[in-house]
Design a protein around this ligand. Sequence first.
Ligand SMILES: Cc1cc2nc3c(=O)[nH]c(=O)nc-3n(C[C@H](O)[C@H](O)[C@H](O)COP(=O)(O)O)c2cc1C
Length: 297
Amino acid sequence: MKILNASGCLDALTAPAVARSLDAFVTKSVTPLPREGNAPPRIAEVEHGMLNSIGLANPGIDRFLAHTLPRLRELEVPIWVSVGGFAVAEYADLCDRLDDRPEVEAIELNVSCPNVDDVPASVGEIVAASRAATRKPLYTKLSPATADIAEVARAAQKAGTDGLSLVNTILGLALDEQTLKPRLSRGAGGLSGAALKPIALAAVYACYEATGLPIVGMGGITSGRDALELVAAGAASVALGTILFADPGAPARIRAELASEIANLGVGEIDNAIGLAHAEPAAISKTAGRSAAMSVQ
Ligand SMILES: Cc1cc2nc3c(=O)[nH]c(=O)nc-3n(C[C@H](O)[C@H](O)[C@H](O)COP(=O)(O)O)c2cc1C
């Protein structure tokens, strides 16, 4: 059970102590070419969360490999590189470029950014091409904005993903109080934070059941209790996003809160809580018995 940051929600080079408080650091999504992203304003606070329309602003893979990755390596935290593209071949190329970099522990395929116009090709094709290009563990990050996320997850599994990252943001709109015009220059943006938690829970729950793959659960985690709920829904690890902007101490705090939640639950190891929300969680019949099963009903 690891605690990671959610991609795009932590700059490890400006906040190295926060990065070191994580079990692995996940980079902002890197694309083949540099991108400036969308025009400001591109962040807006809303009820129970925030909207962003950053639009994959990043230095591009060449500069990332030459400058950013060597500096990230000095942090001595395992590094997951998130990659984003606009065509199957772009994902494969990005994975190929990362394959021989020993400092990269895993690759996250961001197939789900809501802030770019070009719709990427089908998830199965992206994963299959990426799988062929690298031996690194691949986590496929899905959007909750789909009719049947379990079906998409199964396609990713069939194509060879090692795990799933669930979920990315979902499109939302905020209007200016006076002008009633959109507050973000792009109009709508990705909704993250507390409002996303029930959506993330549903996605993790469905994909755990459909695939049994290891899942990094994220979406609105602000406390150990939130993290526990995602674990119970089926997440083997969790990632912290929007909370990091308000509370850079969240990784240590949530780790401690989660430990006490688990102690109260009486299931022993935290990994025994994975999938507890399901009808027949394997862990509970093995370890905890009736009382723990009842306490989560
Ligand atoms: C400002 C901002 C930038 C983000 N950038 C990325 C990104 O580059 N790649 C990606 O896969 N997800 C990105 N995300 C989505 C987060 O990784 C995460 O999936 C989402 O925010 C839900 O988690 P949260 O509610 O804890 O923030 C971004 C989110 C925010 C708020």
